[in-house]
Design a protein around this ligand. Structure first.
Ligand SMILES: [Zn+2]
Length: 87
């Protein structure tokens, strides 16, 4: 798969920061760039069912659903990881 740079980030760079993003450990400008990538990248958009918007909404979900979200996210991350390593 050919990676596309969207909002100054490539998919693999977004993937590398995604857990920090979800944990709220990134600064506002980094969060903004990742969200811009997720919502604007054709690869991330095509992955799964609106992967990007799902991730963005997961991060914004209220507390209390964290364990469910974490499972879903780790499954998605595994799938995305496989996707980005496809020949
Ligand atoms: Zn992407």
């Amino acid at each position: 798969m050919i990676e596309t740079a969207v909002a100054g980030l490539r998919c693999s760079e977004v993937l590398a920061q995604l857990s920090d993003y979800l944990d709220g450990e990134l600064g506002a400008s980094e969060v903004k760039r990742i969200e811009e990538h997720l919502l604007g990248c054709p690869n991330c958009e095509r992955f799964g069912h609106n992967f990007g918007s799902m991730v963005v909404s997961l991060r914004r979900a209220p507390d209390g659903t964290e364990s469910v979200d974490s499972k879903l996210v780790s499954r998605l991350l595994t799938q995305l990881d496989e996707l980005t390593h496809e020949e």
